[in-house]
Design a protein around this ligand. Structure first.
Ligand SMILES: O=C(O)c1cc(=O)[nH]c(=O)n1[C@@H]1O[C@H](COP(=O)(O)O)[C@@H](O)[C@H]1O
Length: 240
């Protein structure tokens, strides 16, 4: 039984990411390939991580010991460009592909249409942003209101998954119902450093608030033994 956790493989090189993937795969449902890895290695990053974590082939189906691959590219451009970008990675069949909800409904719909075998996950308000940051970029807050507004817009445009902080997840769930996958980064075990994350909660709090998938990076990957760190967090979740 694996925990609903996506470990963010934010590594400078593929060997490190593949090693982390192999270490955490027995304990978590998902691994996440983000900009750092994808911009350096392209599709090889997805294949390398898949090979290391046990998914057989790029068929989008989890193998017996496999994990899902979450491709976090946070696409944000005009609809035609995002359609082309989503089409370019669709053949990799990641379980999730991120776009920024602030790209607007036509852009989100373009991604949905271009990657039919992948859940498009719309990022609402980055978990690193504070209320002051929202004001500075001109996004009408407070954060929970902005997140709810963007969540509804994204779902109406066809997104089947949303990314928000654990602090907003209950309000988003109330707004979009049970069928949309809610993904929460900004997750920190009690006492762990928040680093550049602003709107955070513990894994137990995120799950209790209704998250379907917790994105956790450095608390696992910066640990001396990432496999043990993932096992510990997964074990604590199973006990709650
Ligand atoms: O889309 C994401 O995954 C994402 C959205 C967001 O609002 N905040 C956020 O931190 N993330 C990603 O989640 C991961 C969090 O990593 P840690 O802060 O190390 O746990 C990073 O890979 C981020 O790119």
């Amino acid at each position: 039984m694996t925990a609903p956790i996506a470990v963010a493989l934010d590594a400078p090189d593929l060997d490190t990411a593949a090693r982390w993937a192999a270490q955490v795969a027995p304990h978590v449902s998902t691994v996440k390939v983000g900009l750092e890895l994808y911009l350096r290695y392209g599709p090889d990053a997805v294949d390398g991580v898949r090979g290391a974590s046990g998914v057989r082939g790029a068929n989008g189906v989890r193998g017996a010991n496999g994990v899902d691959v979450f491709l976090d590219l946070k696409l944000h451009d005009i609809p035609a460009t995002v359609r082309g970008a989503a089409r370019a990675v669709a053949r990799l069949k990641p379980a999730y592909l991120t776009v920024h909800a602030t790209g607007g409904p036509a852009m989100i719909r373009a991604a949905v249409e271009a990657a039919p075998d992948t859940k498009i996950a719309a990022v609402t308000v980055l978990t690193s942003l504070t209320e002051a940051d929202l004001a500075a970029v001109g996004l009408t807050g407070p954060a929970p209101d902005a997140v709810r507004r963007l969540a509804v817009l994204a779902v109406e445009a066809g997104a089947r998954a949303l990314v928000c902080s654990p602090r907003e997840v209950a309000a988003v769930r109330a707004e979009v119902g049970p069928d949309i996958a809610l993904i929460t980064p900004g997750v920190r075990p009690a006492g762990a450093a928040t680093q550049d994350q602003a709107r955070v909660a513990t894994p137990e709090e995120a799950l209790a608030a209704g998250a379907d998938l917790l994105v956790i990076g450095r608390p696992v990957t910066a640990a001396e033994d990432p496999g043990a760190a993932a096992a510990r967090i997964a074990g604590n979740l199973a006990r709650t």
